[in-house]
Design a protein around this ligand. Structure first.
Ligand code: GTR
Length: 390
């Protein structure tokens, strides 16, 4: 008797964590998603003007206030310098530009180091993929001594696209003790606000500064900049594209919870878990939704809807149930009606496609790759097909 009482807390802890991570489709609770085309006050949205004037800004504020935090816009100055250029990079196939983007505010500054390869075979400005790199910097090695599938730069360049990357640590170290040692030094007021920007917001903010630079680079077609992110970087790429309509399209690879997957399904990673493990990613208000998904005034289909009518590509990997492949597909499907307001017809079928049956066509693209939580040449090859479809 005594022994079982002693073990009771252990059993309870085990039960709580099992509840926090459901992988069983039959245990997905019944849920009702917030209506993307109905305002908080109950007004139906019937056309794109109403969407753009009323509902879109309302949803953007809801995400800002409850999840990702504010996106500070004021700055004192921004300076770009090409610190090195190699016209014979990638065995002569590309021009490498290493660009320092320096932003100044209130006597503080951040420096974003952008690595950019531009195909030498080009007849004018080229479209570009920009990766928000959340993995070690060796994945985006400018010298190309190290090559990683995570950033299949040669393949992208050979396909006629420029490819760029910057590292999240330039904006906010991915560390709950140190995340404020970057952009947030310029915006200390964000730290004391419950809807203040945190790390994911800072990474998305960085993507917009990269966009500022790309608009000045004559070799780049700034009307076709595709922001790409994997996992936590994919949460940031979605937020960047939702916020900043200069991005022509968004790729969100295996982004899962608080990325492209519906929170209310409570499948795989849940809000409590993400907020506990990574308290520095989302704003303070988001913690109110721990074990309380149904109280959120939004769900992730609405984040995708903010990107409309611009193309979006969400992906999963078959063994990465943590990121909820089905919930990701459903989020895309539930965003379709906003694309519809623009006369953009999604060609996604009712049910998710089989593993390794990519649907890489704009405006809404999806695939579930066989394998693990990662971004590979298979994924990138499909992103190229996607980028050629619009
Ligand atoms: C996991 C986290 C996910 C995802 C992933 C990653 O630990 O739970 O939300 O972001 O990390 O970034 O690879």
């Amino acid at each position: 008797m005594l022994r079982s009482i002693r073990f009771l807390p252990v059993i309870l802890v085990a039960m709580t964590s099992a509840q926090a991570q459901n992988y069983d489709e039959s245990k997905v609770p019944a849920y009702t998603l917030p209506e993307v085309l109905k305002t908080v006050s109950g007004k139906e949205i019937k056309n794109k003007n109403q969407w753009e004037k009323t509902r879109r800004p309302e949803i953007l504020r809801l995400f800002e206030n409850n999840i990702y935090g504010q996106m500070p816009r004021s700055l004192d100055s921004i300076k770009y310098s090409v610190v090195s250029e190699d016209k014979q990079a990638m065995l002569g196939n590309a021009t490498l530009k290493e660009v320092a983007i320096q932003v100044f505010r209130n006597q503080k500054s951040v420096r974003i180091n952008l690595t950019l390869f531009i195909p030498n075979k080009r007849s004018g400005p080229v479209p570009v993929f920009v990766l928000i790199n959340n993995r070690p910097k060796s994945n985006t090695d400018p010298t190309r001594q190290k090559k990683s599938e995570f950033w299949s730069a040669e393949m992208v360049v050979d396909s006629g696209f420029a490819v760029a990357a910057f590292h999240v640590s330039d904006l906010a170290p991915d560390d709950k003790e140190k995340y404020a040692e970057g952009v947030l030094q310029m915006y200390p007021e964000q730290l004391s606000a419950d809807n203040g920007m945190k790390a994911i917001g800072a990474w998305a903010w960085g993507a917009s500064r990269v966009m500022d630079y790309l608009e000045t680079d004559r070799d780049i077609n700034a009307k076709k900049v595709i922001v790409v992110g994997h996992s936590r970087g994919g949460k940031a790429s979605l937020w960047a594209a939702s916020q900043d309509q200069r991005f022509a399209a968004c790729v969100t690879n295996c982004s899962g919870n608080t990325g492209a997957a519906l929170a209310r399904r409570q499948f795989g990673e849940r809000i409590t878990k993400i907020n506990t493990t990574f308290p520095h990613w989302f704003n303070n208000n988001y913690k109110k939704f721990n074990d309380n998904e149904n109280e959120l005034p939004v769900d992730q289909h609405m984040l995708i809807a903010l990107i409309a009518p611009r193309p979006v590509y969400a992906t999963n990997a078959s063994n990465d149930l943590w990121a909820d492949p089905k919930g990701t597909y459903l989020a895309l499907k539930h965003a379709e009606k906003v694309y519809g307001l623009y006369g953009k017809k999604s060609s996604l079928p009712e049910n998710p496609p089989a593993i390794d049956q990519p649907l890489p066509k704009a405006p809404m693209a999806y695939h579930n790759r066989e394998g693990e939580h990662n971004m590979t040449t298979y994924d990138w090859a499909n992103f190229v097909t996607f980028a050629r479809s619009f």
